[in-house]
Design a protein around this ligand. Structure first.
Ligand code: MG
Length: 248
């Protein structure tokens, strides 16, 4: 496919597992949670229940760690057949709070890429998740200064992107989305007539997975790491200046 960089005005970045590490922290919490409930249920069984309950709660709670904590508690009650103790529930709450308080490390190349792109395009963040959670992560990240706008979306479906584009006052053909999820960051944007660059991350929540064949190839490309976005857009790397642009 060909992205014509001169047509692109706004570049949207997904945040979790595109700008900073996120999914591995969930995996670690899930493993601790399943171990905690071992006397009631095998780790595999607890994990399966947790995923089912999380998916079932998405419409009600949306994404983010608080939703995850509620789903862990519901799973604990379910797999223990109501026998889970208050002390164990307290441990689950602590597990969630520890995850919320964890600083999300930036992925390699983020500062370099944002520094190189920001003189040429309007950069925004378009992310799912809990509002407070995502605002905290962004403020801890030290990269908020690169972005003209932060959009925290309840879902990343076509209708949500349509609203975002109308807020930005640009046609879809002038928007490029960069993210790790084919389902959330690529497919809906491409379907609207925009462009996307997929930067896969080694762990994807199974609910975010779609087969690449489901995405029309003409409006998106995949690069193996975020730094690959620069040659794809014909922008020289700013690596030599990176020392002057460290996060605050
Ligand atoms: Mg993501």
């Amino acid at each position: 496919m060909s992205i014509h960089p001169e047509k692109i005005k706004v570049i949207g970045f997904d945040a979790d597992d595109t700008l900073w590490i996120n999914e591995p922290y969930y995996r670690e919490s899930e493993e601790q949670f399943c171990r905690l409930l071992k006397k009631y249920s095998s780790e595999e069984n607890t994990m399966r229940h947790l995923l089912e309950i999380e998916i079932g709660n998405l419409e009600l709670y949306g994404y983010g760690t608080k939703a995850f904590m509620l789903s862990m508690m519901e799973t604990a009650v379910s797999v223990s057949a109501g026998k889970v103790t208050a002390a164990e529930i307290a441990q689950i709450i602590e597990l969630g709070k520890a995850q919320i308080n964890r600083k999300n490390d930036l992925l390699p190349g983020v500062i370099e890429v944002l520094t190189a792109l920001s003189p040429h395009f309007r950069l925004i963040v378009a992310t799912k998740g809990d509002l407070l959670d995502q605002e905290r992560k962004l403020s801890n990240s030290g990269i908020a200064r690169f972005f003209h706008h932060i959009e925290i979306m309840s879902h990343k479906k076509e209708e949500n992107y349509r609203k975002l584009l109308s807020h930005l006052d640009i046609p879809a053909g002038r928007f490029l989305m960069i993210g790790n999820s084919l389902k959330s960051d690529v497919l809906p944007v491409v379907n609207l007539g925009g462009y996307a660059i997929h930067v896969p991350y080694h762990i994807t929540w199974f609910h975010e997975e779609v087969h690449p064949d489901q995405v029309p190839r003409s409006r998106f490309l995949s690069v193996s790491s975020l730094a690959g976005v620069l040659p794809a857009l014909g922008i020289p790397s700013s690596a030599q200046n990176e020392d002057h642009h460290q996060p605050d």
